[in-house]
Design a binder for this molecule. Structure first.
Ligand code: SAH
Length: 479
């Protein structure tokens, strides 16, 4: 199994720094299923190619396979795994290029953060769904795709094509993103994972899919195949993708090939991120806010909604993450906004734990699904910056209700790997009440999403009203 990654950005040999593998060396990594070797067939200033060669040991693989795998006895020993790129290659890639996949490179931080002209080659990739599926999966991510079917036997063209394609991807993509695309999509194309699918697969998928999967037009198919069609895990993954705030609608795309389970698609339910946005907008409207700061705006969905409503005359969208800001800039089309929107929006980088004059002068601030991303020792700083210094008339905070997590089948730990904590209703109420008290605010609480009689709602919301603005504070559920 072979994968090549090439770049032409001079000095191209910087690829060695980015992958944390020296171009002059051949390195071998022993793994339970075989041996992975990284080497550079070419390493010049103008073009540098790294190759990952995986030598699979099918006998060992057969001995260690999961109890549920459907192999028949001979198939365990004689199969295509040694030759075809597949989930094993994805696992090896994740393992061997772990640091690169996280986007870390102290020697070349800029190159790791930015896009590079990349060319990825996979000479033999099992692709259930044919070359069109490769186009459908990689093109929305900014790749130019060349996928040609590999004939069963070039000597006998009449035998037709195999289920393998030779795949070449070209594009200006961040290296870490490219590795994550491959990590998720190789097993999706293969559609046969070799190992037991555990609940932490959902975590792996969410983590590797960060920033691209939630908005991918084929996310339904990708999630379904990646999780080996385990309905319970899929439901958890869909719920959590919706949590990420990108537009994950219930409209899961139809599978490419006829799949019997397509008929029992999950019942249409309004996604939680939509309910949350509506709840926040409703409070903003009730309070009569005209100027709003969306603090920790993520990809800018709420800001986009605010811009669509002329009642909001000034909108600031702030985030600490440059990736979030560039997604927001794309969504809000800051470069070609119509005149009616242009003057009303400010989009800027800022950290909520450092006082910043640009946060002041707003009727309301929204922290939607943000506090749980802040390290607990930094929460006091966030309170000081938002409630103490910026002091908007109202502050709307939403956060997951940890008690509700048992309703997400297969979920262990937090709903998102970046969450530093998730609060029960009592914990959230205690935090919000104390913070309000400290800074002269009143606070009321509201449920968001369908409430469970025992566990409460999936999302909880606190509405802070500054003492003198309190007259119009939440007429909703009491505190
Ligand atoms: N409000 C958006 C995004 C929630 S994800 C939504 O509901 O869809 C949380 C966001 O908070 C991320 O984009 C993250 O970059 C941002 N964030 C986390 N800590 C932050 C901090 N200290 N200052 C500013 N933004 C922060």
């Amino acid at each position: 199994m072979l994968l090549t990654i090439a770049t032409t950005a001079p000095p191209a040999t910087d690829l060695g720094y980015l992958l944390h593998k020296h171009p002059d060396r051949v390195q071998t990594f022993a793994r339970s299923f075989g041996e992975a070797t990284v080497f550079y067939p070419e390493a010049g200033d103008d073009r540098c190619t790294a190759a990952l060669l995986l030598d699979v040991d099918p006998v060992h693989l057969a001995r260690t396979r999961g109890r549920s795998s459907p192999d028949f006895s001979l198939g365990q020993y004689v199969n295509d795994r040694p030759y075809a790129a597949s989930s094993l290659l994805a696992v090896a890639l994740a393992d061997v290029f772990r640091t690169a996949r996280a986007g870390r490179c102290d020697m070349r931080p800029q190159a790791a953060a930015g896009t590079l002209p990349l060319e990825i080659g996979l000479p033999a990739l099992p692709c259930r769904g044919g070359p069109e599926l490769a186009h459908r999966l990689f093109e929305p991510l900014g790749w130019r795709v060349e996928a040609s079917p590999v004939p069963l036997d070039p000597g006998f063209p009449e035998w037709g094509d195999s289920r393998y394609v030779r795949l070449t991807l070209r594009g200006d993509v961040r290296l870490a993103d490219a590795l994550n695309h491959l990590y998720v999509l190789l097993p999706v194309l293969d559609d046969a994972k070799h190992y037991w699918i555990a609940a932490d697969e959902v975590d792996k998928l969410i983590r590797a899919g960060e920033g691209w999967l939630a908005a991918h037009p084929a996310r339904g198919l990708i999630t379904r195949r990646y999780l080996g069609r385990r309905r319970a895990l899929e439901r958890t993954a869909f719920a959590r993708l919706a949590e990420l705030g990108d537009d994950v609608e219930e409209t899961l795309d139809p599978p490419v090939e006829e799949e019997p389970e397509a008929a029992e698609a999950p019942e249409p339910k309004r996604p939680l991120n939509v309910l949350r946005r509506e709840a926040v907008l409703a409070v903003l409207e009730e309070t009569g806010a005209r100027t709003v700061a969306d603090l920790g705006c993520g990809s800018g969905e709420l800001a986009a909604e605010l811009l669509r409503r002329p009642a909001f005359t000034r909108i600031a969208a702030v985030d600490v993450s440059t990736r979030a800001l560039s997604m927001a800039a794309r969504r809000l089309r800051t470069d070609r906004a119509p005149d009616s929107q242009r003057g009303r929006l400010e989009l800027f980088q800022g950290a909520l734990t450092y006082a910043d004059d640009r946060f002041t002068g707003f009727d309301a601030a929204v922290l939607m699904e943000v506090v749980e991303h802040v390290d607990p020792p930094r929460l006091a700083a966030l309170e000081r910056v938002v409630l103490g210094a910026a002091r908007p008339g109202h502050v709307i905070v939403t956060t997951p209700n940890a008690e509700y997590n048992v309703r997400y089948e297969g979920l262990r730990g937090h709903r998102h790997p970046d969450h530093r904590f998730e609060w029960s209703r009592a914990e959230f109420a205690a935090w919000a009440t104390a913070a309000a008290e400290r800074y002269g605010y009143g606070v009321t609480f509201r449920p968001v999403g369908e409430e469970d009689p025992e566990l409460g709602p999936p999302t909880q919301m606190a509405v802070f009203a500054r003492a003198e603005a309190r007259a119009v504070a939440g007429k909703g559920a009491g505190s």
